[in-house]
Structures are given as structure tokens and as C-alpha cells.
Design a protein around this ligand. Structure first.
Ligand code: C2E
Ligand code: CA
Ligand code: CA
Ligand code: CA
Length: 286
């Protein structure tokens, strides 16, 4: 950031420059990264708070960049959304994850451990892409995975003020039996009454609520808020998942507050697919 003439930009920020260069480099490398097979997926278990059993996993994409090493999605998902790569990338993540769910099922010998469900994040760009429903149907058919083993996570902010056109594909998927989860719930400004209008069956309570359960006793106002959200969710027949659970104390508080499912480092960090199978197996055999 240097300007010819004037001294407005003289205070160059080397770190900002480095970031801009990296961003530029990433943007250039991104379109071909999918073809080069540089993306991979880690899976983080979703655990039932009542009995501690593993019920499924969330798929989280990573980019193994030849120069920069493993990049977290926060580094490249915004770029992928900006460049449009998110549509083929998102489709790839969906297909890989659903295949993985099929493999867990097969390795487990059918449903012996109960079906492991797979959660996949959807970007707002994928929601408005006309191929979403058909792609999803085809992937489920190709892999032989039942729609109710799949949960698509959409952020609360993507659905704020959503009109019927935007909701239509989600409704179709929900009618087929695919679960829709409202991700990062509680960070946006959505009207709680608005929830009735959305084809969602799961609320994923944002990590900030989990963080506020860190102190013991937790802030009484936070407790009331979570309690209120859980009771509203349950009265609307929605399940509540909490993310970012890092300690046993948080898990216990959230269990007492009535949350259904949890995810976080306390149980497991995101990891390779084999790891999930091990966790589920250990879980089932004691
Ligand atoms: P998210 O959907 O809210 O995913 C949860 C994030 O919290 C993940 O970060 C996960 O690794 C992290 N996390 C899990 N447990 C804990 C914990 O106990 N403590 C803390 N501090 N963090 C925890 P990650 O993997 O870096 O992903 C970041 C975001 O990138 C995701 O947030 C999601 O919005 C997006 N993302 C990831 N994969 C995909 C994808 O395939 N498609 C799209 N569109 N977005 C994706
Ligand atoms: Ca998510
Ligand atoms: Ca989330
Ligand atoms: Ca998030």
C-alpha cells in the first residue's frame, strides 16, 4: 500500500501487505486446487449429551496448500464464495462426506451402532444455486445413503429475511427427510417467532453461549437465555446442538439446561474419518 505523491499511505503496514499478497496468491491458486486434490475433510463427532454416545459428525473442509500447509476454512471459504468456487467445492464436500457416512455404516455392519449422521455446511451461495436439490438427491442416490442421515447446516445470518424463493430448496430437502440446522444460532438478529417459518429441525447454539458456561456458576442471565432458547426450540420440535464444548463443566451445565447434542474439543477435535469410527466403536463396546 504505497502511494505516489502525498503522504497518506506512507505508514505501510507490512503485515497487511503480507496478508494481501497471501490473499492474492490464494485467490490465484484456489480455482485449480480442487482439481489438484488439495482439499480434505476432517470430521468432528456430535455427541448425545444424555448418554455420551456418538451420533454423527460435522464435516469441516481444509486446504492442504503446497506452500502454506494446512489452511483453515476461515482463510479460503470467503475467497471461494467470492470467486464462485464454493459451488463445486461445496458439492465435492457434500459428496465426500455422504460417501464417508456410507462407509461408516458399512464398516459398522449396517446399523449395529445406530446410524452415524453426517452434518455438512452450506454456504449462502449454494442456497441460491439452482442445482442444490438435484445435486443432493443424486449424491444420496449414488451412495445409497438415506436422506435422514444427512443434516445441512445453514447459518442464521444466511436466512435472516429470507424470502420464499430462498427457502424453497430447503423446504424440498426437508420434505425429503434431510435435516436442516440453523448454524451459529443466537449471533444474528433473527426473530424467534420467525423460526416457525423456516424448514429447520435443529438449532446449533453458537459457541459464545458455551463460552459463557465456562465460569461456575455461569452468568445467571446467560443461563436464562439458553434455558429460554432450549424450551422454545423444544416446543417447536427442534433439537438443540451446542458447539465449542471444551470442558466437562460446560457439558454438564448444557445437559442440565436441556440441550440435546454437543460438539467440541472436550469430546474430540476434528480429525480423520477413521478416528470417528474408533470413537463410535469404543463408545458402543463400553
Ligand atoms: P462452524 O460451522 O461454526 O464450525 C465450527 C468451528 O468450530 C470449526 O472451525 C471447528 O473446528 C471449531 N471448533 C469445534 N470445536 C471447538 C471447540 O471446542 N472450541 C473452539 N474454540 N472451536 C471449536 P473450522 O473447522 O475452522 O471451521 C470454521 C468455519 O468454516 C465453520 O464454522 C464453517 O462456517 C466454515 N466451514 C467449514 N467447512 C465448510 C464447508 O465445507 N463449507 C462451507 N460453506 N463452510 C465450511
Ligand atoms: Ca457448522
Ligand atoms: Ca457453528
Ligand atoms: Ca461459526
Amino acid at each position: 500500500a504505497k502511494a505516489a505523491g502525498g503522504n497518506r499511505f506512507e505508514l505501510a503496514d507490512p503485515e497487511a501487505d503480507a496478508r494481501a499478497i497471501t490473499r492474492h496468491g490464494l485467490t490465484t491458486a484456489l480455482p485449480t486446487a480442487l482439481d489438484r486434490g488439495e482439499f480434505f475433510i476432517e470430521y468432528q463427532p456430535l455427541v448425545h449429551l444424555g448418554d455420551g454416545s456418538v451420533r454423527g459428525a460435522e464435516a469441516l473442509v481444509r486446504w492442504l496448500h503446497p506452500q502454506h500447509g494446512v489452511l483453515s476454512p476461515d482463510r479460503f471459504i470467503p475467497l471461494a464464495e467470492h470467486t464462485g468456487l464454493i459451488v463445486p467445492l461445496g458439492r465435492w464436500v457434500l459428496e465426500q462426506s455422504v460417501r464417508q457416512a456410507r462407509e461408516w455404516r458399512d464398516v459398522n455392519g449396517g446399523d449395529a451402532l445406530g446410524p452415524l449422521r453426517i452434518n455438512v455446511n452450506l454456504s449462502p451461495c449454494q442456497l441460491t444455486h439452482p442445482g442444490l436439490v438435484q445435486d443432493t438427491v443424486e449424491i444420496l442416490e449414488r451412495t445409497g445413503v438415506a436422506p435422514d442421515a444427512l443434516c445441512l447446516e445453514v447459518t442464521e445470518s444466511a436466512l435472516i429475511g429470507a424470502d420464499d424463493d430462498l427457502l424453497k430448496p430447503l423446504r424440498r430437502l426437508a420434505e425429503m427427510g434431510v435435516d436442516i440446522a440453523l448454524d451459529d444460532f443466537g449471533t444474528g438478529y433473527s426473530n424467534l417467532a420467525n423460526l416457525r417459518r423456516l424448514p429447520v429441525s435443529v438449532l446449533k447454539l453458537d459457541r459464545s453461549f458455551t463460552q459463557s458456561m465456562q465460569q461456575f456458576p455461569a452468568d445467571p442471565v446467560d443461563l436464562k437465555i439458553v434455558e429460554g432458547i432450549v424450551s422454545l426450540a423444544h416446543s417447536l420440535d427442534l433439537a438443540v446442538t451446542v458447539e465449542g464444548v471444551e470442558t466437562g463443566a460446560q457439558a454438564e451445565q448444557l445437559r442440565i439446561l436441556g440441550c440435546d447434542t454437543a460438539q467440541g474439543w472436550y469430546y474430540a477435535r476434528p480429525g480423520p474419518p477413521e478416528r470417528l469410527h474408533e470413537l463410535a466403536l469404543v463408545d458402543a463396546t463400553g
